[in-house]
Design a protein around this ligand. Structure first.
Ligand SMILES: [Zn+2]
Length: 500
């Protein structure tokens, strides 16, 4: 080492010891020079995510009539009480009269469309348990749902939309009070009236049905613990139906909050965890449809099962692993819920009509489209590395830049679309048309994103998306008990690139 070089190092050591900033040369590691990253990250796009307006659905929305909804709700209130334990024999008062009247309305719409609806009751005698303070009260009731089926070309898949026709003044007396007036004009005369209106409008516009069946239901005994909805959801599963969506309208007619603030231009949808659950995908679908059909009536997605500490009739479907959704008003008024003051004077029927339009575009879009692809999976591809023999076997790779995406063909689909979003984005941000394939290689770092696949029909209709990777079903649910999908390297050569 030269004398000069030694002196310079000593000088650096001295200045370093005094804490002065020094420049330390860095060694360049062998290997390729750093390049600008080519990893793609989804960027925000239009919320409608490629969904198209359908003229027949638009016409159905225009048919929704606030005056008709008002008439239906007035009739429901006229039965005095629709409490689960109220009179079932009277023709003018109690829950029995109410359900026979709803049945008669469905029958009338079916006659008007040449018998296109199949109208029936589904009921069970059940024990109803309620705990009040230290006491648990058990009573028996015949819990009867009123069903209007609009059979589809494919009768194995069904889109379910419900409202509960029972009422109570549980906050004033008890949920077993079978005789006091319980108008329930908003909870849930509003939702039931919307369901009856959907039966009228959809049977008129689609007398030959849609691709999948539509099931519109006035369900019973929600106020005692979702009994009517649960018995129906379990029955549909036992019968082997594939439920595309299990949705409910509950409390959809109030526009004035307790503090006097009003909101008549937006509504909420509640969709359960996790972030890539079927319910969330359904929520994203409705959010997108709203931008296409009703941009002046805002759908506000809330990524929760329901309001804090409360529940609704979509829950039994969520628990069975289906996509579930609650539609509800933007502002609630607890001064009237479950009280004798939940009357017609405090219900906004033009507002319910807009909620019914959001229901109609959701139900008609889902039932028009091929079903959401099932068994959607994302598997990390291995990297081909030479071994000692010179062969290039595929071995597991810790990298994540290539993924095999796969799903089962959706009946009636003529193609598929890939949707991509950042894990922090509430909705899809990028759309990649795929053509009619059920496997492809995604060259993206999927560890940082969510992907989803949706089915496209010949008429441009689109299903809700299925997440890739698939969600883990919520713990404790029936779906969680099913055998796990096997993981690991996909066999065979990688498929062509997605969208190639
Ligand atoms: Zn309710």
């Amino acid at each position: 080492m030269s004398k000069q070089r030694i002196l310079r190092l000593a000088a650096i050591a001295l200045t370093s010891a005094c804490g002065a900033k020094t420049t330390v040369p860095t060694r360049t590691a062998p290997g390729p020079a750093p390049t600008v990253s080519t990893a793609r990250i989804a960027q925000g796009v239009d919320l409608s995510t490629g969904l198209q307006r359908d003229t027949l659905i638009s016409a159905a929305l225009a048919d929704v009539d606030p005056a008709h909804i008002h008439h239906t709700d007035s009739m429901l209130v006229s039965f005095g009480t629709r409490n689960t334990f109220s009179d079932t024999l009277s023709t003018t008062r109690g829950i029995g009269a109410a359900r026979r009247w709803i049945h008669s309305q469905f029958d009338q719409y079916s006659r008007d469309c040449g018998g296109c609806l199949k109208v029936e009751y589904y009921g069970k005698v059940q024990e109803v348990r309620r705990t009040a303070g230290r006491d648990t009260i058990t009573r028996t009731a015949n819990i009867v749902d009123v069903l209007a089926w609009l059979p589809g070309r494919d009768t194995t898949h069904v889109v379910v939309m419900t409202g509960h026709y029972d009422s109570c003044i549980c906050s004033a007396t008890s949920s077993f009070d079978s005789t006091s007036n319980a108008p329930g004009a908003d909870d849930d005369g509003s939702g039931t009236s919307a369901i009856v209106e959907l039966a009228r409008v959809l049977s008129k516009r689609y007398p030959k049905g849609l691709n999948s069946s539509v099931l519109l239901v006035a369900v019973a005994a929600e106020e005692q613990g979702l009994y009517g909805s649960r018995q129906l959801a379990e029955h549909l599963h036992e019968q082997g139906y594939k439920v595309i969506a299990g949705m409910t309208d509950d409390i959809v007619g109030n526009t004035v909050a307790e503090d006097g603030t009003t909101d008549s231009t937006s509504m909420r949808i509640f969709a359960a965890d996790p972030d890539n659950s079927p319910s969330r995908e359904l929520g994203r679908y409705v959010w997108a449809l709203d931008r296409v059909y009703m941009p002046n009536f805002e759908v506000l997605p809330v990524w929760r099962l329901d309001r804090i500490g409360r529940g609704g009739d979509h829950e039994p479907y969520v628990m069975l692993g289906d996509a579930g959704l609650r539609f509800t008003e933007r502002v609630e008024n607890y001064n009237r819920q479950h009280l004798p003051t939940d009357d017609l004077a405090h219900v906004n029927f033009r507002y319910i009509a807009n909620v019914a339009r959001v229901n109609a575009m959701t139900v008609a879009s889902l039932a028009s489209a091929p079903p959401t692809p099932t068994n959607a999976r994302a598997a990390r591809q291995g990297r081909a590395l030479p071994d000692s023999s010179g062969a290039r076997p595929t071995t597991p790779s810790s990298g994540g830049q290539a993924w095999t995406l796969s799903w089962e063909a959706s009946p009636g689909a003529t193609g598929y679309e890939l949707l991509v979003r950042r894990t922090t984005s509430p909705t899809w941000e990028e759309l990649i048309p795929l053509g009619n394939v059920t496997r492809c290689t995604l060259h993206r770092q999927l560890d940082d994103e969510w992907a989803g696949v949706r089915a496209v029909g010949a008429d441009g209709s689109r299903s809700a998306a299925a997440s890739m990777p698939a969600p883990n079903p919520p713990r404790g649910t029936v779906a969680a008990a099913r055998p796990a999908v096997p993981r690991g390297q996909p066999a065979g050569p990688p498929p062509p690139a997605c969208g190639a």
